[in-house]
Write a protein that binds this ligand. Structure first.
Ligand code: PDD
Length: 280
């Protein structure tokens, strides 16, 4: 195990010395939230947007933010390496209770954990990835970045066991997102992604792509996509902070277009790569 330095409750310490109590509600109940923030050459990407989402996740689970944005920046900065592209994993749980009780204990202190990892470029970026459509069996709070990810991991695993990089989740005949990504499709020449709401995580990468589409006159819309419509798409992409923009070249047993990453993906990926390097 790489024994790098991590942050836990006010201390920086080697990973193998970072320990939490078995009474932590994150461990017992998955009672916590998290963020994944990319950092390019030591600079956190869209930090304010990630902080805004963190604040929304915390207030959704009725947890007081233990730090303001300036304090978060101060906590996370020592974990970054200016020579690497990395992502910060930041997790906040409700903390350690006196006993296992579903109701919130009074007066407990949240547990805060953060670590950085190197971003490993997605292996099949050039050739594209396969995806599997599955029923979205999750709950009504998909807009909250909760650590409670059992449904997501079971769905991703189903995809992996079919040699697919991601599961595309379908609720009542409409596509929501991937197990750990947002979805975009090009249908009749228009780039479409499902609108924000409680059925999807409001992805930061998703918002950057929409901004880049706007600035570069790529026609786009935030609209619902049925699974039937998705099957007619000329391009499908999956987006996230860790994998960026993955072109999907096969959905279930159907090839997308000619089975190669499409031209709009080529353009958008180029725009995204340039944009992320140009961040102040
Ligand atoms: N997941 N939807 C879900 C369900 C996700 O888990 C993620 C990211 C996204 C994309 O959000 P963003 O562009 O802000 O990374 C959408 C992270 C990477 C994870 O769980 O590791």
């Amino acid at each position: 195990m790489d024994n790098k330095t991590v942050y836990l409750n006010g201390d920086y310490l080697p990973l193998d010395e970072a320990k939490i109590s078995v009474m932590d509600r994150g461990f017992l109940f998955g009672d916590g939230i998290y963020e994944v923030i990319p950092s390019y050459s030591g600079k956190l990407f869209h930090f304010s947007e990630h902080m805004e989402r963190l604040e929304n996740s915390l207030s959704s689970i009725r947890l007081t933010n233990p730090h303001d944005r300036a304090q978060w920046l101060e906590i996370l900065t020592p974990l970054l390496d200016a020579n690497l592209d990395q992502y910060i994993y930041l997790q906040i749980t409700r903390g350690v209770g006196p006993k296992r009780d579903h109701a919130f204990p009074k007066g407990i202190i949240p547990t805060v954990f953060a670590m950085s990892s190197t971003i490993v470029p997605f292996a099949d970026l050039g050739s594209g990835a396969k995806a599997l459509s599955v029923d979205d069996s999750r709950w009504e709070l998909c807009n909250v970045k909760a650590t409670t990810l059992l449904a997501n991991i079971l769905l991703r695993q189903q995809a992996v066991e079919k040699d697919c990089a991601e599961a595309i989740l379908v609720k009542d005949g409409y596509v929501t997102e991937g197990a750990a990504s947002n979805i975009f499709a090009v249908i009749d020449g228009i780039l479409i992604t499902p609108p924000k709401g409680h059925e999807i995580l409001p992805g930061i990468t998703r918002d950057v792509i929409l901004e880049l589409a706007e600035q570069n006159n790529i026609p786009y819309s935030e609209d619902i996509i049925s699974l039937d419509a998705l099957k007619t798409a000329s391009e499908i992409w999956l987006t996230s902070s860790t994998r960026e923009i993955i072109p999907v070249i096969q959905l279930d047993n159907n090839m997308i277009s000619n089975g190669k990453p499409g031209p709009i993906w080529q353009t958008m990926n180029q725009l995204f790569q340039t944009y992320k390097k140009s961040q102040p």
